[in-house]
Ligand binder design. Structure first.
Ligand SMILES: *Cc1c(COP(=O)(O)O)cnc(C)c1O
Length: 381
């Protein structure tokens, strides 16, 4: 129940992202048995429609879990106990690869970078030259905690120039918002999630492995996330376990609309939305956290030192229904993250910026109200 009948909740956080009505309603088919030809066909359709967004000749697998489940699946299926792995850690999600590697007893080498920055391909290359026995490299497409887009193509090229290590990309907040070309860039595993770029609710995740990765599967014990078992079934549309059927109906509806634009069209669209958001932040006088490599999925902006960022998030939510994400850990209270990821339209973004401007105004920040929305409108119109 809403606390205030005149305040609608609107998601402007980097996941979950808003779900259009026709995609929600597609998920209302609840009395469904999944071991039927009709349902198997839907799974096959979804895998086929997902494939272009991964830029891979291999169809991705669909898992019923949040994105982290697919991260875990990738790590468990591609590493054995004691394997040396390199993790790029530039925020909460880099940290997650590190924790997963430790949980599964890999020897984790870290390349830690300051939050808000992008990794340097030359440094990644040096790490691999120093560690020729490194089995795999793990990093993000977007570090969602900082709004930085990692230069995936350059990183992969640098890795490949010195190493055969498997390249595993957490693209949970990248896919749809940013092109990922798994085959062209020679990536070995790409992971994505339903509640980010695909505009459906949380609960499905996707993982695609390269031909090379399929020949290097780990020998360690695994059960729920046994990707070889999943693949042999899913190639016929049969998931290993009971899938989140309602979400798969929504996924198909979302993929049909996204496919009309295709990965390139979606990338260009998100590039423009991100540009509009950055121009708005500049007009409002708030500096970007990512001084280079800003993400197309979200924009993280620094708040004035005197402002309590958590209070700003709360004001925007309570008064205007605008749900932003604040900063985590060392950035707690210091930034606000505005998502333009998934099925977000121009008016959504303009509304988000208007809410942010009003929230800033309520907390005593002095700027010309409307300067941010005007900048966004000029970019989008
Ligand atoms: C959202 C996200 C995840 C997955 O988080 P879940 O809460 O498990 O869905 C992983 N990596 C990145 C970069 C993300 O943005």
């Amino acid at each position: 129940m809403r606390e205030n009948p005149f305040v609608k909740p609107r998601l402007f956080c980097p996941g979950p992202t808003p779900v259009p009505l026709e995609i929600s309603t597609a998920g209302l088919q609840t009395n469904v048995y999944h071991r039927t030809d009709a349902f198997r066909q839907i799974v096959l359709d979804c895998r086929r429609l997902l494939q272009p967004f991964f830029g891979s000749a291999e169809a991705p697998l669909i898992l019923s879990s949040s994105g982290t489940g697919a991260l875990e699946a990738a790590l468990v299926n591609l590493t054995d106990v004691g394997d040396k792995i390199l993790v790029i850690n530039g925020g909460k999600f880099g940290e997650r690869w590190e924790k997963l590697g430790q949980a599964y007893q890999c020897k984790v080498i870290r390349y830690t970078i300051p939050w808000g920055t992008a990794p340097d391909a030359a440094v990644v290359k040096k790490h691999l030259q120093d560690n020729p026995d490194c089995k795999a490299v793990f990093f993000q497409g977007n570090e969602t905690s900082t709004g930085v887009a990692y230069p995936v193509k350059e990183l992969a090229a640098a890795i490949r120039s010195v190493s055969d290590a498997l390249i595993v990309v957490d693209a949970v907040s990248s896919l749809v918002a940013q092109l990922i070309e798994m085959d062209n860039w020679d990536l070995d595993a790409v992971v994505a999630g339903s509640q980010k770029g695909f505009g459906i609710p949380p609960g499905l995740s996707f993982v695609s492995l390269s031909k090379r990765a399929w020949t290097q599967l780990s020998k360690r014990p695994k059960f729920y996330f046994d990707l070889a078992k999943e693949k042999s079934g899913q190639d016929k549309g049969e998931t290993a376990w009971t899938p989140a059927t309602t979400l798969i109906f929504s996924l198909k509806a979302a993929l049909e609309t996204l496919s009309a634009l295709g990965p390139k069209g979606c990338d260009e669209y998100h590039a423009r939305m991100a540009k509009a958001c950055r121009n708005a932040a500049e007009a409002i006088g708030l500096p970007l956290l990512a001084q280079s490599h800003p993400s197309q999925a979200l924009t993280a902006v620094r708040l004035p030192d005197s402002m309590d960022g958590s209070a700003l998030v709360k004001t925007c939510r309570d008064r205007y229904g605008a749900i932003f994400a604040g900063g985590q850990d060392q950035l707690k209270g210091k930034i606000i993250r505005i998502a333009h990821l998934g099925l977000v339209d121009h008016l959504d973004l303009i509304g988000a910026i208007a809410a942010l401007e009003m929230g800033l105004h309520n907390l005593g920040y002095s700027h010309a109200l409307g300067s941010g929305t005007a900048a966004a409108m000029r970019t989008l119109a």
